[in-house]
Design a protein around this ligand. Structure first.
Ligand code: ZN
Ligand code: ZN
Length: 342
């Protein structure tokens, strides 16, 4: 009888683990064994999201509080180096990692609405360890293979792109519309690109930072307004997409009636102090009436795979350019992978 090929997979990994505000430590952690329906991913790229920055700066992100050391990171891509027997994933597959992981067996998960799984977790959302590791082990259903034309850097951007696709679809942006996007950060820039690809005629973007606004003009934004200096008249806008988390500063003034609003940041509920007072219209109404539809911006029901064609088909999308900075980590110096099979 032929014996299986011996394999040596990494048992240790470097990981960036947050202990408290401004207390991020690069440590060596154990890599858990790969279960039958799991895969081990050699992480190639991880985005640093605003939520990671909040956890680092303050030890919390809104109502999510860091209560125990947690590995950050939820925007990741990499290569599968080990796959469990029932995972259905081939080793060597380049993948994007979806951070919202449902239990896989409850009624919500079985109906495809894993984003509202009552037992679900989100990678990088304390206390669930995230993707800022050389190696991670995740359920196979959390990885999506990357088409040949999408590199791993861009693959790591699929998570924030999915947020943008979700927001534009929620707002029902249509051909020829005039769209206001408040906030010129990476999410706002991605939303602008998806809105442009949806053939919005005019895309107005607000922020209080001139540098960000200057960058926005290179992504198809037709008009920028620094709301620290200039009043904004949004009377003739068809759609508003709030991407700043501080809409008051970005010129979204109170109105009794107005355009459809959608916000990547309001997935659970609009902030109480918001300046938006539009009648709750399609995008936000569907969120509040189906409160469970989307819990957080990263928990996007079935928006993951639809985001991929936006990269592969919409050549006008400069997704990876939407990142503000890049850093290259030194390669892992821990136990090398000596086999690609499992
Ligand atoms: Zn993110
Ligand atoms: Zn579930």
């Amino acid at each position: 009888m032929e014996l299986p090929t011996p394999t040596v997979l990494p048992t240790k990994t470097r990981a960036a683990r947050l202990y408290g505000a401004r207390d991020l430590r690069v440590e060596e952690l154990d890599v858990p064994p790969v279960g039958p329906d799991e895969v081990m991913v050699a992480v190639a790229a991880v985005g640093v999201c605003g939520s990671d920055m909040h956890y680092y700066a303050a030890g919390r992100n809104g109502q999510n509080v860091l209560r125990q050391p947690t590995v950050l990171g939820h925007e990741a891509s990499g290569v599968v180096i080990a796959a469990g027997a029932t995972s259905g994933v081939q080793t060597g597959t380049r993948v994007a990692v979806e951070p919202a992981v449902g239990c896989g067996v409850c009624p919500s998960c079985r109906s495809g609405r894993y984003n509202i799984c009552p037992y679900g977790t989100c990678l990088g959302s304390p206390p669930t360890n995230g993707t800022m590791s050389d190696y991670i082990v995740v359920p196979a259903r959390a990885v999506h293979s990357l088409p040949a034309g999408i590199d791993t850097i861009t693959g790591a951007m699929i998570e924030p792109l999915a947020v943008a696709v979700w927001a534009v679809q929620r707002a029902q942006v249509r051909i020829g519309q005039r769209v206001l996007i408040t906030g010129a950060g990476p999410i706002g820039i991605l939303v602008a690109q998806v809105a442009r690809a949806s053939v919005a005629t005019e895309i107005v973007m607000t922020d209080v930072n001139d540098d960000r606004l200057a960058i926005a003009t290179t992504f198809g934004v037709t008009r920028v307004i620094n709301t620290a200096r200039e009043e904004l008249d949004i009377a003739d806008m068809d759609r508003v997409l709030e991407c700043s988390a501080v809409p008051r500063r970005c010129g979204a003034q109170s109105r009794q009636s107005g355009p459809v609003a959608a916000s990547p940041w309001w997935a659970r509920r609009p902030p109480r102090s918001t300046a938006f007072r539009w009648p709750i219209c399609s995008a936000t109404r569907s969120i509040s009436s189906q409160r469970s539809d989307t819990r957080t911006p990263t928990r996007l029901p079935s928006r993951w795979l639809p985001a991929v064609p936006w990269i592969s088909n919409e050549s006008s999308l400069a997704v990876s350019s939407s990142m503000t900075r890049r850093r290259r980590s030194r390669p892992p110096s821990l136990t090398p992978v000596t086999s690609k099979s499992w």
